[in-house]
Design a protein around this ligand. Structure first.
Ligand code: XBP
Ligand code: MG
Length: 259
């Protein structure tokens, strides 16, 4: 099957947004509420196992002995403040595309490949972020506000496929995390993982290719290549198309868990 569309994750993939973006915004929200909590990098990295800002806050407050309706109200209130701080960061130019992403998006568009987004992030900040960093680039944008169940549930990828009107065998997902890879593979997509400082060293069951970055030689290495595609960095349209065609054979599809 020929590659028709690529669906990108946002946090950690298009933008290295977690430690310098979300974590900082969460801490500003704690401070604004007069709470002494502060999430350092290691604490936040561990909390990333909980997808979604509100569920992450709810879980954390639970570990601090706060649960029930008051804690739920606090989690929602903190998340609202956090999203406001993140919005301010985005409009102030505080976040940028990861190195090599802009070149990959340009190359995919030059090859006529349709582009979409499927993220757990809240719609309130995802729209402004994409408008600022990649205006008019993504034909379909599915956020955590559009689905009931967040990654690793495949709901956001299934909705992206439906809105694109294409089948999973013609589409490839680009993710940064095990949870995101599981969501993409669960929706039947072939998944390429581009690790970052929070996910390097994790295992990505079902990934058809794992690389350490989008950039050129010397800045990105092939971490796992179960199909033997052996793509030369930087990651471009040709490499993604080669991964999809390598998975096309029935036994290769079984090996990476795509349908
Ligand atoms: C990453 C997430 C999000 C962000 C925080 O989503 O799990 O929850 O960490 O954003 P993805 P919100 O990698 O799928 O982009 O606070 O808006 O949830
Ligand atoms: Mg991510």
């Amino acid at each position: 099957m020929a590659l028709k569309a690529v669906v990108f994750d946002v946090d950690g993939t298009l933008v290295d947004s977690e430690q310098e973006g979300h974590r900082v915004a969460f801490n500003l929200a704690f401070d604004e509420m007069g709470l002494a909590y502060r999430w350092d990098r290691d604490t936040y990295r561990a909390l990333l196992a909980i997808p979604g800002g509100v569920p992450r806050l709810r879980h954390f407050l639970g570990t601090q002995g706060a649960d029930g309706p008051a804690a739920e109200e606090l989690a929602v209130g903190l998340h609202r403040l956090k999203t406001g701080h993140l919005d301010a960061m985005i409009s102030g130019g505080g976040l940028s595309l990861r190195p090599g992403v802009s070149e990959l998006l340009d190359d995919l568009q030059a090859c006529g490949i349709r582009l979409a987004v499927a993220t757990t992030g809240s719609g309130r900040w995802v729209g402004p972020l994409l408008d600022r960093l990649a205006p008019g680039t993504f034909e379909v944008v599915v956020t955590g506000s559009d689905v009931e169940r967040l990654k690793p549930d495949p709901a956001c990828y299934r909705l992206a496929l439906a809105l694109l009107g294409v089948g999973p065998s013609e589409v490839l997902a680009v993710e940064d995390s095990a949870s995101g890879c599981a969501a993409a593979v669960g929706a039947g997509l072939v998944c390429v993982v581009v690790t970052n400082s929070d996910t390097a060293g994790d295992s990505f069951g079902g990934a058809a290719l794992v690389v350490s970055g989008f950039g050129g030689p010397g800045t990105a290495t092939v971490v796992a290549d179960p199909l033997g595609v052996a793509p030369e960095p930087p990651l471009r349209c040709g490499a993604l198309a080669a991964v999809l065609s390598a998975v096309a054979s029935a036994d290769a599809r079984k090996a990476v868990g795509a349908r």
